[in-house]
Each structure stands twice: as C-alpha cells, then as structure tokens.
Design a protein around this ligand. Structure first.
Ligand code: PGA
Length: 242
C-alpha cells in the first residue's frame, strides 16, 4: 500500500482530488466507487468546484456507492442516497440513472443484496473511495466480516452507531441495520483510495498498516490490493511515524 501523510484535512482532500481527477480525465466513462461519511466531503467539494470552473464532465461516468441504512428511503435526509445527491450528484452533470446504491427500503433484503452484487459484477470500478471506521471497518463491513464477502446486510457495531450518532438528533435514531458492499467486491476496484483524518482514526490506521492482515480489522485486507493508496492527515497517521 502506498502511504501519503499530509498536514491536514484540506491537504488530504487536495491529494484525493488530484488522483480522482486523473482517473476521470483519463477516462470519461470511468466507473467510480463512492463513499459517504464526513471524510470524502472535501474531495466531493473539489470535484464540484472543478466541474464548475473547468467543465470536467461526468455525463458518461457511472457510480456505485458502498452502503445504505436499512429501512431508510432515498428521500430521507439521513439516507446515503440523499447524502450523495446533496453533496455531489446534484452539483455535477452525472446522470442520476447512472448512479447506484442499495435500496434501503427493499422488502426482500436477500433479493436486494443479490441484485446489487450482480450489478457490481457488471460494472467494475476504476477507482474506489473509502473512509475507515474507528474500529477498522470499511463500508459497513464490521470486524469479523469474511474477506470473501459480497453485498450483504449487517447489524452495525455499537462503536459505529456511536460514531454515526453525531449526524442524528438522538443516538436512538441511528439505524441498526444496513446494506453494504462486501469486502471481495471492494477489492475488485482497479484502484483504491482510502482516506483517514483525525486522531480518532489513528489506531485503526496503525492496525491496518502495521498489524496483522485479519478479518478482525477489515481494512487490513487492503494490504493485499495491488494499487491502494492511503492518504491521511498527521493526526490519523501519528502512530505510523515511529
Ligand atoms: P467518516 O466515516 O468519514 O464519517 O469518519 C468513515 C467510516 O465510518 O467508514
């Protein structure tokens, strides 16, 4: 894994954007694997600004997102579908029909997982953007998720519910179940960009890079990927220095 440590969140976003721009400029039909969470917001802001200022077009780009809360519809402001429209898709020229995410309201969860897994198999990602959970999860693949997993439903770890509570009025409002892309599907992307900022990610980042490759720390699977770049700020990378 290539490791890039920069000063702060803004610099992480700059570097991530540089890599994203290379992919999109090199292939106007690129397939992007995208993530929600607060970490990629700076990257998305730069993609929007670049689209507005330089006309970089996403008209033929396709996107697939990692995960979605179960029981939360796409027009609910807490849904990841809504997050993506608000923070990226509505502000660039990507066609909404070319953007994909699990349907949190699916009545038959197994059928929905199968549908999404088949879709992913037919749209290999050129680049996958990832954040990392403080417990080492990627997407909603919590510790213990098999490395060979495909799209599935999960019970969120308590630490994830606590981490995500900041985005809800009350912790009781955080959904407990979600759909997530599996680890084997994440690994299929040609290139992976994992972003980590803030001191609360320092242990997870350290474990991912220096610990064992183990299902107990899902992000450690990325060490087996041939083209994975970690971009972190000094706080998240603080334990890598010595
Ligand atoms: P965050 O989430 O970007 O909001 O910190 C990352 C994650 O949980 O994967």
């Amino acid at each position: 894994m290539k490791i890039i440590i920069v000063k702060d969140y803004e610099k992480v976003s700059d570097k991530a954007f540089e890599i994203m721009k290379e992919v999109v400029s090199g292939n106007p039909e690129a397939v992007l694997g995208l993530a929600t969470g607060t970490t990629p917001l700076g990257l998305y802001a730069r993609m929007i600004a670049d689209h507005e200022e330089n006309g970089t077009s996403y008209a033929r780009v396709k996107a697939a997102n990692l995960d979605e809360y179960a029981g939360v519809g796409k027009d609910n402001p807490n849904s990841y579908a809504y997050f993506m429209r608000k923070n990226l898709f509505d502000k660039i020229d990507i066609k909404l029909e070319n953007t994909h995410i699990e349907n949190g309201m699916a009545l038959n969860a197994d059928a929905e997982c199968k549908r999404y897994a088949e879709l992913l198999a037919n749209m290999p990602r050129d680049i996958q953007v990832l954040g990392i959970g403080s417990n080492g999860h990627i997407a909603f693949n919590e510790p213990g998720t098999p490395f060979d997993s495909v799209t599935h439903t999960v019970e969120l770890a308590e630490s994830t519910v606590r981490d995500n509570a900041r985005l809800f009025d009350r912790i009781e409002d955080v959904p407990r179940k979600a759909f997530t892309m599996g680890l084997s599907e994440i690994m299929q992307a040609k290139k992976i960009l994992i972003l980590a900022t803030g001191a609360n990610k320092a242990d997870a980042v350290y474990g991912m890079i220096r610990g064992e490759v183990t299902e107990q720390l899902p992000a450690s699977i990325l060490r087996k990927h041939p083209d994975c770049v970690l971009i972190c700020d000094e706080a998240a990378g603080s334990r890598l220095k010595n």
